[in-house]
Write a protein that binds this ligand. Structure first.
Ligand code: HEM
Length: 385
């Protein structure tokens, strides 16, 4: 489907066959990201990984993050951080139950968010930032503004719109606050390194300690990237999984009885019905013919996972939460079944899949929560034994 959003030509893809053509056969041609003023200002002029234009800089930064943070080896090494944060969460839930008068509900959504942000910070920065709350607020507002629907995004060539953009001013203020936090984290690391100490939780080097010739803004872009990509996605997935388990007590009972194998299918099903990144944001890098249509260079491309993952052409009872479908259906989310792309596909596929899923499995495995749902996920905790 071709849309024109303001001045911006946009292609929306809701068919697995076309997604495959773009993300597999013509992968390099669709390996850019769309631009937006929020991304430009808050993600350091695209010096991060997720929104950086395709090319050598992106390739190098992505490689460094995989080796230092996101590889299977590193994810295994961070198990103690995950265990610690999950037991903290479980303990805090137990405490709130005992302290509350009667069966008072707790806001699980907020607690899950705080847990995933702590895991990400401890793994990436060596500890939880003292400004974590502010960082989360900036992330939340940044995320809302990054979708490309600000007036200045829709009319990028209009000098008047750009000059009068209140959003730009607001984003610049947010960036100033972000700079103070991230500069503080980097400076602290420098001081420790000067004393011959690594900054990782285990006295090792972490992502910020690496010595490669890059500027502060490069490090800050990547740090905010890891924080934003690593926090929102995993917590949204856990939140939805919990909500579905509560709405489906039989699935919950089976998950508690059968443990890991079935749990993996529960998470797969949550990723299908509630993909944390419902649309893959891409941009074309050169003119290309797809399914007989000429797609010009620099066009915004939105691959609509959400629609494909609920399309009755590819899924039986698509609106129902049925993890058992994956006992028969071998579809997986590793980027080769194009009706199921919760982590994307091709060279810009999510590099944090192992890191994110480890958090989710650790968390979902912790027992003992039954509940009711309202706005955020409010639950009444009960002990299982
Ligand atoms: C359940 C958890 C997660 C989901 C569902 C998810 C999903 C996605 C999706 C759909 C994309 C876009 C892929 C594409 O365009 O083809 C992406 C990109 C990315 N994700 Fe994740 N993600 C998750 C967790 C994480 C974590 C934990 C991290 C890091 C700590 C991370 C880091 C990134 C980065 C850096 C990119 C940009 C890659 C690039 O442009 O080269 N993600 N993610």
């Amino acid at each position: 489907m071709h849309l024109r959003l303001g001045q911006v030509p946009t292609i929306v893809v809701s068919s697995p066959a076309i997604a495959k053509e773009m993300l597999k056969e013509h992968d390099p041609s669709f390996a850019d990201r769309p631009e937006s003023i929020a991304l430009k200002i808050l993600w350091y002029n695209y010096l991060d990984i997720a929104f950086s234009p395709y090319g050598n800089y992106w390739r190098q930064m992505r490689k460094i993050c995989i080796v230092e943070l996101l590889s299977a080896k590193m994810v295994r090494a961070f198990a103690s951080i995950r265990n610690d944060e999950v037991s903290r969460l479980v303990k805090s839930i137990q405490m709130s139950n005992y302290n509350a008068a009667g069966d008072q509900a707790i806001n699980l959504t907020v607690r899950i968010f705080s847990m995933t942000s702590s895991i990400t910070c401890r793994a990436a920065f060596g500890k939880v930032s003292k400004d974590n709350e502010l960082l989360l607020e900036l992330l939340e507002e940044g995320r809302q503004r990054a979708g490309g629907f600000e007036i200045a995004d829709l009319y990028p060539t209009s000098k008047i719109v750009n000059a009068l953009s209140w959003s730009k001013w607001k984003l610049a203020m947010m960036r100033r606050k972000l700079d103070v936090i991230l500069d503080g984290i980097i400076d602290e690391h420098k001081v420790n390194l000067g004393k011959g100490k690594g900054n990782g939780e285990f006295g090792n080097e972490d992502l910020i300690d690496l010595e490669f010739p890059i500027h502060y803004d490069n490090i800050k872009g990547v740090l905010f990237d890891m924080f934003s990509a690593g926090t929102d996605t995993s917590s949204t997935l856990i939140d939805w999984t919990m909500a579905e388990l509560m709405r489906n007590p039989r699935v919950m009972a089976k998950a508690q009885a059968e443990k890991l194998k079935y749990l993996k299918n529960v998470i797969k099903e949550a990723l299908r019905l509630h993909p944390p990144v419902p649309i893959l944001p891409r941009a074309s890098r050169k003119e290309c013919v797809i399914n007989g249509y000429t797609i010009p260079s620099k066009v915004k491309v939105l691959v609509n996972n959400w629609a494909m993952q609920r399309d009755p052409k590819y899924w039986t009872n698509p609106e129902s939460f049925e993890p058992k479908r994956f006992e028969i259906d071998s579809k997986d989310f590793i980027g080769s079944d194009f009706e199921f792309l919760p982590f994307g596909a091709g060279r810009r596929m999510c590099p944090g899949m192992t890191f994110g899923l480890a958090k989710d499995l650790d968390m979902i495995e912790s027992p003992g929560i039954t509940a009711l749902r309202k706005d955020n996920l409010f639950v009444v905790p009960t002990r299982l034994h």
